[in-house]
Design a protein around this ligand. Structure first.
Ligand code: SF4
Ligand code: SF4
Length: 326
């Protein structure tokens, strides 16, 4: 695997020049990458009716992440114990002796499991499912093209999310190029943690960004996500300067990033660029079953009480930011 995204891990396979039957060198789309979901008919990821392609892998590990299966760049087994019908087929299928039983439940030994997916293939109850599938650009475009009439009629298009889509390196670049060739509107939903050179390539192809702003303080950002925000803020400023449309999105977490000080800092930066609107995503408690299915501890984040949320939203208004809840 290669790719040149630097700050983010990459799953792309490298652009390759191929020789056709006439002996001419032509550039073929050779990238493949790890996709964990393709959601059709989405209305929340940009204008109009959209298809959202979720690319697996993220350089951040936010404390409140509601899609923990999106963080690893590799395929992963999820085990939903409540769906298990106790047939034992998974134990027969596992080549690594990783399926264990206490006589009542069929579990997996995380130390032995290689996430190969053999058990998921035979599980009749869908209690075992794999997250992440390697797909080529052509395979993704085949799915995306099914709804092109809806894009045209609704002013919609294709959104790339994750995980962190820029982490897919040149796989994302080729997907964006393919969409632009087909005339589909392109949107990238990003945390912004991407090497600037790679980010500039994305900037040249995306027609809209949904750009997360999690915390303005570098140390707080590191504490909440595992990385500081220096690259992120540099990329955000680049988007804001570029004139490419961007919606700033603040995932709002009670007691973690909703202080007066942080919201004032978000406002000050956006006002520099004449921006006075922001999308806010208040913390919710989704994703807990996925943490359990991955054998991980539950996230520390808690949902808002209504009065606390109102107070937090008032802070945006005090700093001249118009909020849309998404
Ligand atoms: S994913 Fe593979 S290694 Fe893991 S429990 Fe299933 S069959 Fe065994
Ligand atoms: S194959 Fe599925 S339903 Fe059967 S025991 Fe294993 S997890 Fe349960």
């Amino acid at each position: 695997m290669s790719g040149n995204c630097g700050a983010s891990g990459c799953m792309g396979t490298g652009v390759t020049g191929a020789v056709n039957t006439n002996g001419d060198k032509e550039l073929k789309r050779m990238q493949s990458g790890m996709v964990y979901n393709i959601q059709r008919m989405s209305i929340q990821d940009g204008p109009g009716m959209r298809t959202t392609v979720f690319l697996k892998g993220c350089p951040l590990h936010c404390l409140w992440c509601s899609n923990p299966e999106s963080q690893s760049f590799l395929p992963q087994l999820l085990l939903f114990e409540n769906l298990c019908g106790n047939c034992g087929k998974c134990a027969e299928a596992c080549p690594h002796g990783a399926v264990t039983t206490d006589g009542e439940h069929w579990n997996r030994d995380l130390a032995l499991c290689r996430n190969c997916g053999a058990c998921a293939e035979v599980c009749p109850a869908k209690a075992r499912v794999m997250s992440g599938k390697a797909m080529t650009v052509e395979e993704v475009m085949k799915v995306v093209s099914k709804d092109e009439l809806f894009y045209a009629n609704s002013g919609g298009g294709v959104t790339f999310g994750g995980g962190e889509p820029t982490g897919a390196g040149d796989f994302l670049i080729e997907l964006l190029e393919a969409c632009r060739t087909e005339g589909y509107h392109t949107c990238v939903d990003t945390c912004g943690h991407c090497a600037p050179g790679q980010f500039r390539k994305v900037l040249g192809l995306a027609e809209l960004f949904l750009f997360d702003c999690k915390h303005m303080d570098p140390e707080q950002h590191r504490r909440l996500t595992g990385q500081d925000n220096s690259v992120i803020l540099a990329n955000l400023r680049e988007v804001l300067r570029s004139g490419v449309p961007v919606r700033i999105r603040v995932p709002l977490m009670p007691g973690l990033n909703d202080s007066e000080e942080n919201i004032a800092a978000v406002a000050a930066m956006l006002h520099e660029f004449g921006k006075h609107d922001v999308d806010v995503l208040p913390c919710h408690a989704f994703g807990r079953n996925k943490y359990m299915a991955l054998g991980r501890e539950l996230p520390a984040a808690r949902a808002y009480e209504p009065e606390d949320l109102k107070e937090a939203l008032d802070r945006f208004a005090r700093h001249d930011l118009k909020v849309a809840i998404v």
